[in-house]
Design a protein around this ligand. Sequence first.
Ligand code: HEC
Ligand code: HEC
Length: 428
Amino acid sequence: MDPGSDIIAPFQQSKPDKTICALSEKQEQEAIEAFHHLATVFREPRCLNCHGSVNPFVEGGGHVGGVININETLQQYSRSQSFANAVRESRGGMSTTDQDVQQARDAIEHAVSHPDTGDADIGSSNRDLVFLSCQQCHSVPPLPRWRVPMVKNWFAHIGSRQPKGDEQLCELMRAHTITGDFATPADFLNHLDHEDFVMIGFKGNRGLNDNGILTYEDVTKKTFRLEPPSMPHGEMMKWAKAWAEAIGDRYWNKRPKDCGCKPHRYGMRAQWNNIYRDPEISAFLNTKATPGHAPLVFNDDASFKLQMDMVAQEQAFVAGECRGNLTLKHALSIEGNVDESAERLRAKPRWAWASAEGIMVCTDRRGRTTYKQIKMPMDPTPSSRIPEFDMAAQTDETKELKVEWNQGSQHGETFIKFELMQETEQAK
Ligand code: HEC
Ligand code: HEC
């Protein structure tokens, strides 16, 4: 676990996300497999070091170029004659007013470095000032100003500087696809295909200029050479595309954050109950049904088809004459899908078949008792057709339906309750 920090707080999730990830098992496996390869590159020193593993702002941060104290560096700038120029330079093409300069000076005055990261919470534009100083050693044209990512974008853990695992790195990328930083797969692929720092990473020069190389050779006693990642850029792109394709358009910008990062298993449960009346013979039924359950497995287009069996014990009473004990067996089949919004689950349920088995005991007016063995298939349709419905595509969601039916003088109401659930054990 990362230690608590203001900078990462918004990215810590308190409650588990119950949103269903309706990828097929194949899509899920492909996404996980593709990201596993992608994560291998993210953990290469050329990416990992910039993304949190080399931290020039703290003692023991592994920076060959030495410890750079953010506060001191900023204070130096703020005291210098050319402070206004530095602010302007750090903000590149943006127009900078005297007020902006004053605000930057105030922010620096109150800057507090975070003890674990050395980073200061001073706003990204003031933070950019710090990176002017990196150019003494890291400035190989056409390199944009060398800088390291914000803590929330680290591929390494704070403190230990050890790389994060596949799932965490995957969720980090998903956080960017969901918030829209990578609004489309093309945005994501473009970043990996063209972004300057990624390109520098694959060049393997650490952005070092002559002064940087001298420092390197002086400190490490090694001869400087290019050290690009071991996976070729083209292969990384192949895995990045495979990951994006496996997640697809429906889930690219949608929660849950771990959709496309780890396997999900869901199930659907349904329970029914009957209220039955026949005024002509004043009969009533008492039904006790055990819930049916089936794995909810999605196809590539987020559709599903399942069937579950339900068994009920029914006691029947017919106006003082007959008593029955019946076992009712129903099979419920449900077809449906998670729609394009990825928020609603639509379902078309129907009774696939039903049968009743048991014994009826009747006593007539003269006190004669007859026993009748009952064993019959029932046709539950069309008398008890279940309507289509939709519900939030979230686990622990329930939907209750009331189905009224009439058959001759008989009138009944069937209540069915559907529930979406997370399977704790893997199916099969
Ligand atoms: C010079 C340091 C540096 C190097 C080297 C570097 N990055 Fe980055 N990377 C950044 C910065 C800065 C950002 C912008 C995000 C920020 O400021 O927090 C970024 C953003 C990203 C993003 C966008 C998502 C995110 O977490 O912000 C991805 C993906 C990414 N880098 C991948 C890579 C890969 C893959 C490599 C290695 C081939 C690499 N980077 C090398 C500095 C670097
Ligand atoms: C005095 C020279 C010098 C200065 C100034 C300097 N660096 Fe470095 N930096 C180096 C050297 C040398 C390396 C070692 C490269 C290696 O180990 O291969 C390095 C490596 C790095 C790395 C790891 C890069 C990689 O691909 O492994 C990061 C990240 C980094 N520096 C960030 C910074 C930041 C941020 C600043 C400014 C705040 C900065 N450096 C200022 C000399 C310097």
